[in-house]
Design a protein around this ligand. Structure first.
Ligand SMILES: O=C(O)COP(=O)(O)O
Ligand SMILES: [Mg+2]
Length: 216
């Protein structure tokens, strides 16, 4: 079964916000507060930057402005990827319980695959997941909310349950399109009410995950 990364497995918004604000500062623009960045995460760092720049400029920003700032954001993030990031409460016992049931676990994130791998490594979770698929793994045009990453996850993780756990509309839309049951976490990153995600189940803490999966 699969998990989203940012806002689902890990609280990553502080480090993502710092990288975004580093890029904005280079552009001479005011920073965003951490709480303002949280609901903007989910579509990958490029989308986050484009949205933040458009917000500050009041209009769409051309690619020749965005591209060098995106490179700066990625450099800053790669160098500071797990400074303030941490696993959500109860994650480790939940992963232990799923592993004990013989369930193969994977990650499908809109983060770049290399960054996702390095983050999981830094946090000490890399060996928990049999496969990691990033937003660029199948080409960015096929990232969530498209179903492709989830189909690929299912293929690479082999048989067993195929539920997907995520925090944003990108995740629940991808799961629905892939025909997979979906659990939403209420503590992640989204701009809309949790009901709008139309997940099959919602959990407020990871200790609810194993019992909820049994009901799907
Ligand atoms: O970094 C992002 O914007 C999205 O990452 P996620 O798919 O793991 O939530
Ligand atoms: Mg997420």
């Amino acid at each position: 079964m699969g998990f989203d990364l940012d806002g689902t497995l890990l609280e990553t918004a502080p480090d993502i916000a710092n990288a975004l604000n580093h890029a904005l500062k280079l552009a001479g623009l005011p920073s965003f507060a951490f709480e303002e960045v949280r609901p903007m995460i989910g579509g990958g760092a490029k989308r986050l930057l484009v949205r933040a720049l458009a917000d500050r400029h009041g209009s769409t920003v051309p690619d020749d402005v965005i591209d060098p700032l995106y490179a700066e954001l990625l450099n800053h993030y790669a160098a500071n990827i797990a400074v303030e990031s941490f696993a959500f409460d109860g994650l480790l016992p939940a992963l232990d319980a799923l592993a004990d049931q013989g369930i193969t676990l994977g990650v499908a994130t809109n983060k770049l695959e290399s960054l996702a791998r390095s983050l999981l490594d830094e946090i000490g979770l890399a060996d928990r997941f049999a496969c990691v698929i990033g937003g660029d793994t199948l080409g960015t045009a096929n990232a969530k909310p498209k179903p492709d990453m989830l189909h690929e996850l299912e293929r690479r993780c082999g048989g067993g349950p195929t539920a997907f756990v995520g925090d944003s509309i990108y995740d629940t839309s991808a799961a629905r399109a892939a025909g997979q049951p979906c659990v939403a976490v209420s503590f992640g990153y989204r701009s809309e009410p949790i009901e709008d995600l139309r997940a099959d189940a919602v959990i407020d803490h990871f200790d609810q995950l194993v019992p909820v999966l049994a009901t799907l």
